[in-house]
Design a protein. Structure first.
Length: 55
């Protein structure tokens, strides 16, 4: 148990920041499934990011 104390201490620290993700600025949600729909500009930004970071 002693070796897991460091792991337990840092479990609450988030690894990634999702502030700029396409789903961060939710424009609308679908009524039945509660799926988040991002705005059109966020979709364009996400596509642009994917296109520029292709291998």
């Amino acid at each position: 148990m002693a070796k897991n104390r460091i792991k337990e201490r840092f479990m609450g620290v988030p690894i990634e920041s999702h502030d700029t993700a396409a789903w961060a600025n939710i424009e609308d949600t679908k009524p039945v499934s509660n799926v988040h729909l991002p705005s059109e500009t966020e979709v364009r930004n996400a596509k642009e990011w994917v296109d520029t970071n292709e291998k």
